[in-house]
Write a protein that binds this ligand. Structure first.
Ligand SMILES: Nc1nc2c(ncn2[C@@H]2O[C@H](COP(=O)(O)OP(=O)(O)OP(=O)(O)O)[C@@H](O)[C@H]2O)c(=O)[nH]1
Ligand SMILES: [Mg+2]
Length: 378
């Protein structure tokens, strides 16, 4: 058999779709349909390649291709079922045969490390191609390479240094998790400050009702957009209003807003440039806040450091807001190859390592649970 192709992700519309292509001719077929971006020196085991799939001159989709084994590739594209179908058909037209999923599942290397196994599962749940690249990069570089470095026989790295590196990896894993799984960003602020108008401006369509009646939004409304490497769900909430009448639906709406504020990755706190500054709301301390002054088409307030000035009505300043969000969520300096933990199990293990000062015990934890090598007990 030359090469076999099949869709790995479930039917229906998910953010990212994955297609397996394997067999002796897989590389030749990829050579016909995949155009790598930038410098490309051929596929190597564990490599991750960004580029696009094209049918002659017709671009089908931006993709990330992972070389997962000898003659084994996974093409990660956007999850639209039509795109997946087009890529599969193109592979078939280029010489591949349609194959059942079971074949590839049975083919999973028996000696795969825990990180490799988790990567092949987790990348199917990633919501962005950048997320797929981060996960793929942990197999041969990233977390695997760092753990292998700690485990080499003549390693003289001190416990303190390993602990320091673990803490750094755990910090960076938060940012990686946001890119892999997406983020939720909540718009908050007093009634009438323009939260719904800002949601609509960000979404590019009328998602929420905008009106000059304070208290228009009660139930939350959301829209999903791309901000830098993040897939972001932007949530418009009922205005924070200490005057909300007891027992009315407004009180319930206030409670929902507060719950949403506790359960998000970033808060955009709006202030109306035409109104006197309102007293600070109590916001959850652990969640980063981007402060926005809206309606700057009506008045130009005295600039304060750390604030974004914009007009949801004209769209002016929205780009600055998107940059501020990307910066606040820490995306600007995360490289796909740096070590991160991408499953709760990996994170718990690094936390266990942080509690441990016995280097032998630490080695055993790492060997068994991350590197997948078992050494005899000493
Ligand atoms: N001139 C101007 N008007 C704006 C801007 N943003 C919002 N508005 C107006 O301000 C009023 C309130 O806007 P909304 O978006 O409904 O405000 P909100 O914060 O969602 O209000 P609630 O849902 O009541 O909490 C509407 O009349 C909008 O047209 C802006 O940037 N410039
Ligand atoms: Mg509203």
């Amino acid at each position: 058999m030359s090469a076999t192709v099949c869709v790995l992700t479930g039917k229906g519309h998910s953010a990212i779709g994955s297609i397996a292509l394997w067999g002796p001719q897989a590389e030749t077929i990829l050579g016909r349909v995949f155009i790598p971006s930038g410098k490309f020196e051929g596929f190597r085991l564990g490599g991750i390649y960004h580029g696009h799939i094209a049918d002659a001159d017709n671009l089908i989709d931006d993709v990330v291709v992972g070389c997962e084994g000898l003659h084994q590739f996974v093409i990660h594209c956007h999850g639209n079922p039509i795109l997946l179908e087009k890529i599969v058909r193109l592979c078939l037209a280029s010489g591949a045969q349609q194959g059942p999923l079971e074949t590839i599942l049975d083919n999973t290397a028996p000696d795969a490390t825990p990180i490799e196994r988790e990567a092949s599962i987790e990348q199917l749940g990633a919501v962005t191609l950048d997320g797929v690249r981060i996960i793929q990069a942990q197999i041969n570089a990233g977390l695997s390479a760092t753990v292998r470095g700690w485990l080499v026989e003549d390693n003289t790295t001190s416990v303190d240094t390993i602990h320091q590196q673990c803490r750094h990896i755990l910090d960076r894993s938060v940012i990686a998790g946001r890119i892999i799984h997406g983020v939720r960003i909540v718009l908050a602020g007093p009634p009438n400050s323009g939260k719904s108008a800002l949601l609509n401006a960000l979404a590019g369509s009328e998602k929420a009702i905008v009106s000059d009646t304070a208290g228009t939004t009660r139930d939350w409304v959301s829209a999903t957009i791309k901000i830098g490497p993040f897939r972001a769900e932007i949530v418009d909430t009922a205005g924070l209003d200490p005057q909300a009448i007891r027992q009315s639906p407004d009180v319930k709406a206030q409670q929902i807003t507060r719950d949403l504020l506790r359960d998000c990755d970033c808060i955009i706190l709006l202030q109306d440039a035409t109104q006197p500054a309102v007293p600070e709301f109590t916001l959850p301390e652990s969640i980063p806040v981007v402060r926005v002054v809206n309606k700057c088409d009506l008045v130009l307030p005295q600039p304060q450091p750390g604030h974004v000035y914009l007009s949801a009505k004209t769209g002016r300043g929205i780009d600055t807001l998107l940059e501020a969000i990307t910066r606040t969520l820490g995306a600007q300096d995360l490289t796909p190859g740096e070590p991160v933990a991408f499953t709760p199990r990996q994170k718990h293990l690094l936390e266990d390592i942080l509690q441990c000062r016995d280097i032998q015990r630490m080695r055993h934890l790492l060997e068994e649970h991350l590197a997948g090598v078992t050494f005899p007990t000493i």
